[in-house]
Ligand binder design. Structure first.
Ligand SMILES: Cc1cc2nc3c(=O)[nH]c(=O)nc-3n(C[C@H](O)[C@H](O)[C@H](O)COP(=O)(O)OP(=O)(O)OC[C@H]3O[C@@H](n4cnc5c(N)ncnc54)[C@H](O)[C@@H]3O)c2cc1C
Ligand code: SF4
Ligand code: SF4
Length: 394
């Protein structure tokens, strides 16, 4: 609870309206109401002659009990479980072990890969095996997950910050009236309180914020694909698959046809082992051709900084960073990219980072495994030439 009006005491005198610097108080039916514009500045509290405005910011709210276990939402497409589910099982296993609780996966839609979730770390899978769940139906997905939460009471729910997760998980949080932290880059357990520490970039990536939901359960967070590493695969691990009855779709949404978008990205950036990425320093759209050539020689694909995308040199689908994709290839070659924090959050988990930049003080060198100071337009053609001659001559 925060700042609220005790309606019983309010006489509707309007004194608080003049005091509020944010015009956050309205009078309706002779009673004061605090709107969403409230910044919790507290200025109105003392102004009320009736003592009707209550500041409950520091008030202890009892944490709901009986919530136990870590859940991950395992999304699927055409029966194939998305790789982000295995990444969530990796971090989910760690959190569950720290909390000494079980790790469960929730899977909606028909799939032959249910057992895989157990081998990748789940103790249980709540499985709705129904063709009604083949494609995302926000209403159906959120109602089903809420029903499961109310029945089994998990303490933590993790989902991918994917098109599916971003679409229906906020509805789940809203229906349960609990918080949701989107796009977490790290998740930990507070050893003292047992709360989930949900860590994510804030203020344009300039700080890392730790968000907690101490007074409500479940704690819900989304994590972008490729941010967490998958856990251990144990082919002999056993677990329980609990079949859950499907709910009836509302019929508000009907998927008529599924059309795959093949207009860009010859290789899926998030699955690529090698990414050659270009920034403003590359110079123009024509110069991206040499990046494609290098990427093709290395069996990879091409990424870009936002500056290059904003210039219109390459489509947005290739953008890597805070407002683009998060990638984790074996090799990331950053060409003419300065290394702004918003770019780094999307690629700094790559196994090997090679930076080519003519400025020796460019921040990209702080995260680079190998740095080459020089003109990318001279260096890349040389690398291409050497690769064409044969690796042995390099
Ligand atoms: C809310 C927000 C979200 C953002 N999201 C993203 C995001 O998702 N992804 C992202 O990338 N950015 C993002 N940005 C923008 C980010 O802050 C930077 O502006 C952007 O990453 C800079 O791109 P760049 O490194 O290509 O360009 P610049 O910063 O202009 O750097 C160009 C670099 O190229 C070097 N260079 C120049 N010529 C050559 C040459 N011939 N050879 C070698 N090196 C050369 C220069 O020394 C320089 O270091 C975001 C910003 C905000 C505020
Ligand atoms: S000052 Fe107090 S009594 Fe007057 S309208 Fe505001 S809340 Fe009500
Ligand atoms: S706490 Fe501040 S912003 Fe909120 S209603 Fe009172 S005066 Fe307005």
């Amino acid at each position: 609870m925060f700042i609220r009006v005790n309606i019983e005491k309010c006489t509707g005198c309007g004194t608080c309206i003049d005091v509020c610097p944010y015009a956050a108080i309205i009078i309706k039916d002779d009673k004061a109401f605090i709107t969403d514009a409230c910044t919790l500045c507290g200025a109105c509290v003392e102004s009320c002659p009736e003592g009707a405005i209550l500041d409950e910011r520091g008030k202890e709210v009892e944490k709901p009990k009986d919530f136990k276990g870590v859940w991950i939402f395992a999304e699927q497409s055409q029966g194939k479980i998305a790789s982000v589910a295995y990444e969530l099982l990796g971090i989910g296993r760690k959190l569950a072990d720290e909390l000494k609780s079980e790790l469960c996966a929730v899977l909606f839609g028909e799939s032959d890969e249910v057992e895989e979730l157990i081998k990748w770390g789940a103790d249980k899978v709540y499985y709705v095996n129904s063709s009604d769940y083949t494609y995302l139906d926000d209403d159906l997905y959120s109602k089903t997950l809420v029903k499961l939460v109310n029945e089994y009471k998990p303490e933590i729910i993790l989902a991918g910050a994917t098109a599916i997760g971003r679409s229906f998980i906020p509805r789940v949080a809203a229906r349960l009236r609990v918080g949701l932290t989107a796009d977490c880059t790290s998740l930990e357990i507070d050893k003292e309180t047992g709360n989930l520490l949900q860590i994510r970039p804030a203020f344009g990536g300039n700080i890392m914020a730790t968000i907690i939901c101490p007074n409500s359960r479940p704690q819900i967070a989304t994590v972008r694909p490729r941010v967490m590493k998958p856990g251990e695969y144990n082919p002999s691990k056993n677990g329980e698959i609990i079949k859950i009855d499907s709910l009836k779709p509302s019929g508000k949404v009907k998927v008529l046809e599924r059309i795959e978008d093949k207009s860009f990205c010859r290789v899926n950036l998030q699955d690529a082992k090698v990414i050659v990425s270009g920034g403003r320093g590359i110079g123009g759209p024509e110069d991206f051709k040499m990046l494609w050539e290098l990427a093709n020689l290395l069996g990879g694909t091409v990424g870009a900084s936002r500056a290059a995308v904003d210039e219109g040199w390459i489509p947005y689908a290739h953008q890597i960073g805070q407002t683009g994709k998060t990638v984790c290839p074996k090799i990331y070659i950053a060409c003419g990219i300065s290394g702004a924090v918003q770019h780094l959050v999307g690629m700094q988990s790559s196994d090997i980072i090679v930076a080519i930049n003519k400025d020796p003080n460019a921040p990209i060198f702080n995260v680079a495994t190998y740095g080459i100071v020089g003109d990318a337009k001279e260096i890349i053609p040389l690398i291409i030439k050497k690769l064409k001659q044969g690796v042995s001559e390099c």
